[in-house]
Write a protein that binds this ligand. Sequence first.
Ligand code: ATP
Length: 317
Amino acid sequence: MDCISRKAYAKINLGLDVLRRRPDGYHEVKMVMQTVNIWDLLTFKKTEEPGIFLKTDKEELPVGKDNLIYKAAAAIFEEYGLEAQASGAQASGRQAAEAKSPGCHKPGVEIALKKQIPIAAGMAGGSTDAAAVFHGLNELFGLGMSLQDMQRIGVRLGADIPYCLMGGTALAEGIGERLTALPPPPDCHLVIAKPDIDVSTKFVYENLHADTLKEHPDIDGMTQAIRGGSLAGITGRMGNVLETVTVRAYPVIDQIKKKMLERGAENALMSGSGPTVFGLFADKERAAGAAKEIEGAGLAGQVFVTGFYNPEKAAGA
Ligand code: ATP
């Protein structure tokens, strides 16, 4: 097989708590992660020329070493002795990489990205693409990596990557890499709205005062509600401490939340470091109505009506 495709699913956080800032600067978190049915498509093709060649349909994304896709592929090449070295970014959207030992034949790969997941949105777009590279190259080159192997290498590139490698519903602790799989929550309808602003995750964490937070979401209660299959138990406990920073900087987030609640959402919350807002709806018509109104009012440029995505459920469907 010389060419394969793989979907990379976006995530939302049903709950996000920050427990403390560690002396090394990382934050200790406790989050409920959930993949949703919005995805990027990555296509992997073996090439005669050795190296990593990345192209994308989004001009604003880097195609060289700064792209997490490139970083993931380079980490795998290095780990499996397929070493490739970047030869400098090219404006054409094709990043060439040359093998360190040009004499012997090294495999190469072309990766094409079709991007649908909003960028810099709090939906782990880059991390999930990187996770898809692990799965994709594992299959394409028959590397025989286990999920644990991929997570061990992936965490060096980003704390969300180990979760993105497994997908579905999970409790994430530590810096996000300590994972406990949870059963899929009850089905519901999701409205996901990304206002036209880009939020830097670094800015949000730098401005968070974890030690002085007055309220913390009940993450343990939420995991119990998920295990018990209670949608009301989940929606009643949705909370994200990063809203204290991002909503203050960007009031449009609150306006979108309010609009979703007015239009019948069971609850609404910012995802990750934002600015994307999601609302959970029991009723499909109401979800569609809310999405239309948010888009019509110009509150968000990217609006989706979708649902949760759980790989085990999709496989059984
Ligand atoms: P998270 O939820 O993990 O904080 P995010 O959704 O906020 O992630 P991303 O979409 O991953 O943010 O993008 C953050 C930055 O990373 C962007 O500004 C972009 O330039 C860069 N980036 C690198 N590789 C990618 C990629 N494959 N897809 C999207 N962004 C990427």
